[in-house]
Unconditional design. Structure first.
Length: 179
């Protein structure tokens, strides 16, 4: 008796690529969330190690004001400052690389979402859409609200980026001039 041929199973989708794109989109989203979390941790650590906010460095500089000729203390200040600046440079480099990774991950996420979920073709409109007079006012109002929101967001970004919380005092500035 000859073997029976295996019948092909019906596929739920004729094209398997949109399903794969949806899975890739979820993986890209998880990747972006992990990178974002790591960038947040890096930011917190870099703020803690910022040389101008260092309590230890400020204390050492305060001692240096009291003993300006102590070479050992000068060496400690320079060594501690160098170590903190190396950490800061490392954190900045990690932040830059993480930003590029996040940008690439978001671009990949957007592309896979578009291909995986929004592949339907829209009907082609006629020559010119008819604009109702009420729509013009609504469009202007929407554009104005987007502009106000963008200006507000830009202002918030400017205020946050211009803030600096340092713990440097006036005597430390005098010690800096002596070194």
């Amino acid at each position: 008796m000859p073997p029976k041929p295996i019948a092909p199973t019906p596929a739920s989708e004729p094209n398997p690529w949109p399903r794969s794109a949806r899975h890739a989109a979820w993986i890209a989203l998880a990747f972006c969330l992990v990178v974002l979390a790591l960038l947040a941790v890096n930011y917190v650590q870099s703020r803690r190690l910022y040389p101008l906010n260092s309590v230890e460095l400020t204390a050492l500089k305060g001692q240096l004001v009291q003993n300006p000729l102590d070479e050992g203390l000068k060496g400690k200040v320079r060594g501690y400052d160098l170590e903190m600046r190396r950490h800061l440079a490392r954190h900045r480099q990690l932040a830059e690389r993480g930003g590029w990774l996040l940008l690439g991950g978001m671009a990949f996420f957007v592309l896979t979402i578009k291909y995986g979920y929004y592949k339907k073709k829209l009907a082609r409109p006629d020559k010119k859409p008819i604009v109702v007079p009420n729509q013009v006012g609504e469009i202007r109002q929407a554009m104005a609200s987007v502009g106000v929101l963008a200006a507000f967001a830009g202002g918030v970004v400017y205020v946050v980026s211009s803030q600096s919380g340092t713990q440097i005092t006036a005597p430390v500035e005098k010690a800096k001039n002596m070194i």
